[in-house]
Ligand binder design. Structure first.
Ligand SMILES: Nc1ncnc2c1ncn2[C@@H]1O[C@H](COP(=O)(O)OP(=O)(O)OP(=O)(O)O)[C@@H](O)[C@H]1O
Length: 455
């Protein structure tokens, strides 16, 4: 059968079908009624959904939605900004935040005073509800939301927060202003403060915003601070050079030495000096797998130093120290070598009290470009600490007291603690100073440290 014959057969069949339908409708009342009911119910169905469809179509066409998830760095800015708006104060579902006041913004409430006379405040933070507000001449509907997160077997894992702003499409251009204003309101206002982040699942959670410690308040061996500051400053100024050379834009520092000599303090003071934040990661964090570490390093917040504390705590050489460690040594190396986070590059500080326990691969150049020994107090550091407590003491006296302590045996933390306890008793410090030498064990120098320094 050819195409023409097939087409003729189909045409005849269709004409007969239509003819039969017309005849049935013209002669059969039951069929007429059925058709009418069918048409009417279709019209009714359409009419019923029409308003919803119309509204959602208008909504899609004429409104803009801005969604901010709680784990995004912009969330605290906008939550704080919203809570500070007059309408934000009318939101009815509130939470109380006392621990990390500034993290979520909120409306301050005075609770009372503590024993030292300091005021205790709590913050009321909007958790849900809706607030209609006007920003730069545009109406916006803002609604915070809190959703319970379910773990395995429906166990509650806490809450996730989000914030949604809805506005007419004409308001779209002011979204940037909204973000800018919210940023200035919180992060911008916190000038000189360092934000501390810790891991939360595969991303980072802001846990503290603290006043940056001035670099001058820390006392290290001669030249160490200036060198490090210059090295870091040079790195930040060399982005284009790195790009031109095709070298991954990252820099790693290994701070090693006995505890209490200012390794962690150094990182947060440098962050403050460069206007950066700090992401603190302890490799012994439970459930830290290779994938999670890679995801975390890829998700580092902008302008943040990565601080890997006590890197000796998890591996002895390349072997996990305990069976519960999920991270593999190669996984750690791969994560450190992974894509540097964003244009800002990545600066990693690793700290350890036990250089001997570290595998050379972890601290080779490229992963730890500079190795810095932060050792027990030298005579000059002891003198520096005394001067911080009593700037009016004369140099000869300071020098004489410092010389009485054996060099390299006491940590700066220990000396600070001793002076702190006696800060109201200058005469007692002068009299009993030598006691300080007897209260801490001499820390033997670590053999591999010498090897490394020689190299
Ligand atoms: N070089 C220093 N100059 C001034 N203060 C210091 C110095 N080192 C330590 N301190 C004081 O000692 C305390 C502990 O310092 P920090 O936690 O930074 O030491 P650390 O070397 O990181 O110790 P750990 O290895 O135990 O973590 C801080 O409060 C700090 O004020």
């Amino acid at each position: 059968m050819n195409i023409t014959e097939l087409s003729n057969i189909l045409h005849t069949f269709w004409t007969e079908l239509l003819g039969t339908a017309q005849h049935t409708l013209a002669t059969n009342e039951l069929a007429q009624g059925g058709l009418l009911i069918g048409l009417l119910s279709a019209a009714a169905m359409y009419a019923r959904t029409l308003p919803t469809q119309l509204i959602s179509r208008l909504d899609r066409r004429f409104t803009v939605t801005l969604d901010i998830q709680g784990d995004d760095p912009a969330f605290p800015w906008l939550a704080a900004w919203l809570a500070a708006q007059p309408v934000g104060r009318n939101l009815r579902h509130l939470g109380v935040v006392t621990r990390f006041n500034e993290q979520m913004g909120g409306h301050n409430v005075a609770i009372g005073t503590d024993r030292d006379g300091d005021e205790i405040t709590a913050r009321l933070v909007p958790l849900s509800g809706a607030a209609l507000l006007r920003f730069r001449g545009h109406w916006m509907l803002a609604y915070p939301q809190r959703t319970e997160r379910q773990g395995a077997n429906h166990g509650a894992l806490g809450f996730t927060h989000s914030l949604t702003f809805r506005m007419l499409s004409g308001a779209r251009p002011v979204i940037t202003d909204l973000l800018r204003e919210a940023y200035d309101f919180t992060a911008g206002r916190s000038d000189g403060r360092v934000e501390i982040y810790v891991p939360e699942y595969q991303s980072w959670k802001l846990v503290e915003r603290r006043a940056a410690r001035p670099l001058e308040s820390l006392i290290y061996a001669e030249g160490l601070l200036d060198n490090l500051h210059a090295d870091l400053g040079g790195f930040f100024g060399d982005r284009e050079w790195y790009a031109g050379m095709g070298i991954p834009y990252r820099r790693g520092y290994l701070l090693h030495g006995p505890p209490g000599n200012g390794k962690s303090s150094l990182v947060s003071a440098l962050a403050g000096a460069f206007g950066l934040n700090v992401c603190v990661l302890n490799l012994a964090t439970p459930d830290l797998s290779d994938d999670r570490l890679t995801a975390l390093l890829a998700e580092l917040p902008r302008r943040a130093l990565l601080l890997l504390e006590d890197i000796d705590a998890v591996f002895l050489g390349r072997e996990p120290r305990t069976p519960s460690v999920k991270l593999s040594f190669n996984g750690l190396l791969n994560a450190l070598d992974g894509v540097a986070a964003g244009e800002g590059g990545r600066v990693t500080f690793m700290t350890t009290n036990d250089l001997a326990g570290l595998d050379a691969a972890l601290i080779r150049p490229g992963r730890a470009d500079r190795h810095l020994l932060i050792d027990n107090a030298t005579r000059a550091q002891v003198a520096g600490m005394l001067r911080r407590f009593w700037p009016e003491w004369n140099e000869a006296e300071v020098g004489e007291l410092a010389a009485r302590l054996p060099e390299g045996t006491l940590s700066m933390a220990r000396i600070q603690e001793y002076l702190l306890e006696r800060r109201a008793d200058e005469a007692g410090v002068r009299r009993d100073w030598a006691d300080l030498a007897g209260v801490e064990e001499v820390v033997a120098p670590c053999p591999t440290r010498l090897r490394l320094l020689a190299g």
